[in-house]
Design a protein around this ligand. Structure first.
Ligand SMILES: C[S@@+](CC[C@H](N)C(=O)[O-])C[C@H]1O[C@@H](n2cnc3c(N)ncnc32)[C@H](O)[C@@H]1O
Length: 311
């Protein structure tokens, strides 16, 4: 697995930020009906994972996911609003409010798979507006330079531009370079709508645990399992018929949005994911086996917040 750790050139923001390198745009990522990506000649077939509904070699997934987000980066906000009728904004607000950044003084936060900076800006807004804190800092980490570029464009229009409060860093959540992300550094680790795209959730959780301070909070916002069968059926119909169609109409990209809905269905259930968080060394609170306290469903489980405290 290739670990990408590139500090972005200084023109971009606080010391860490820089213009992400240009990458080949990969439009039209293949979906379940397409052929599997071929391995390089002489490569030994390895373990497999899923990319949406397809089974692919583990080493292929990162590039496929990169292709999706290269492709959707420029239309990401428009599509998010169109697909969710703007509700993703409310979910993100709830997610950040729950964490109360700035409530006990300035905090060091890391927002992983942070792409467009949606969570980072909310963290800083919450700290400032609710707790009068202008010193909390957020490192926005993403594997994809195109998404970071979009985030940086937005960052330039915020009041945090030219402050040391935000840094954009290109890196892989599964292998955060220790020289940039030392052990026991952060008070809050967030990952929103990102973890279902990674090749190894276990590796991401291990890294989250490493970089958090003891007592620090891991928080994940992700699409999850809808429990009510009737709502689940309606949601399935909407997801598989409307979302890829919207992708075609608004972004000229059916395949990436087909991947989006498929990847949601492949993500572990609320309970299974809570168990993974617990196994990574976090206290999850509540009963994983079913009282629902170990996570918080939003809209019947369409989205879900999981938290854990580093022991
Ligand atoms: C759906 S976007 C979420 C962006 C943002 N957090 C939000 O809520 O709007 C998923 C992000 O995960 C990033 N990502 C996927 N795999 C990653 C990895 N292994 N390490 C870091 N970021 C990753 C993608 O590049 C993309 O920006």
């Amino acid at each position: 697995m290739r670990a990408i750790s590139r500090k972005l050139p200084s023109a971009f923001a606080r010391s860490r930020v820089a213009c992400p390198p240009a990458r080949v745009r990969v439009r039209g990522v293949h979906t379940s009906s397409d052929r599997s990506p071929s391995l390089p000649p002489n490569a030994t077939p390895s373990s497999t994972t899923h990319f949406g509904f397809r089974t692919v070699p583990e080493e292929s997934k990162e590039a496929l996911v990169r292709g999706v987000f290269d492709s959707v980066a420029s239309s990401y906000d428009l599509m998010n609003d169109a697909m969710s009728f703007g509700v993703h904004r409310l979910w993100k607000d709830s997610f950040v409010s729950l964490l109360r950044p700035g409530s006990s003084g300035p905090m060091r936060c890391i927002d992983v798979a942070g792409g467009t900076g949606d969570i980072a800006f909310r963290i800083l807004d919450h700290a400032r507006e609710t707790h009068g804190d202008r010193e909390t800092r957020v490192d926005v980490v993403d594997i994809n330079g195109e998404m970071l570029k979009e985030g940086h464009e937005r960052f330039k229009k915020t009041m945090y531009h030219n402050t040391p409060q935000v840094a954009f860093i290109e890196a892989n959540a599964q292998a955060l370079p220790p020289e940039t992300f030392p052990d026991n550094t952060y008070d809050i680790y967030t990952i929103a709508f990102g973890i279902r795209n990674v090749t190894s959730i276990v590796d991401v959780l291990r890294e989250a645990h490493r970089v958090l301070k003891p007592g620090g909070t891991f928080a994940c916002l992700e699409f999850n399992k809808v429990t009510n069968p009737l709502i689940a059926q309606l949601y399935d119909q909407y997801s598989f018929s409307v979302i890829p169609l919207l992708g075609t109409i608004l972004a000229g990209d059916h395949a990436s949005y087909q991947y989006l809905v498929e990847s949601i269905r492949r993500f572990p259930s609320q309970g299974d994911f809570a168990r993974m968080i617990s196994n990574a060394g976090f206290a999850v609170g509540g009963d994983i086996e079913g009282d629902g306290c170990a996570w918080r469903d939003l809209w019947g489980g369409i989205a879900c917040i999981h938290t854990g405290v580093k022991l």
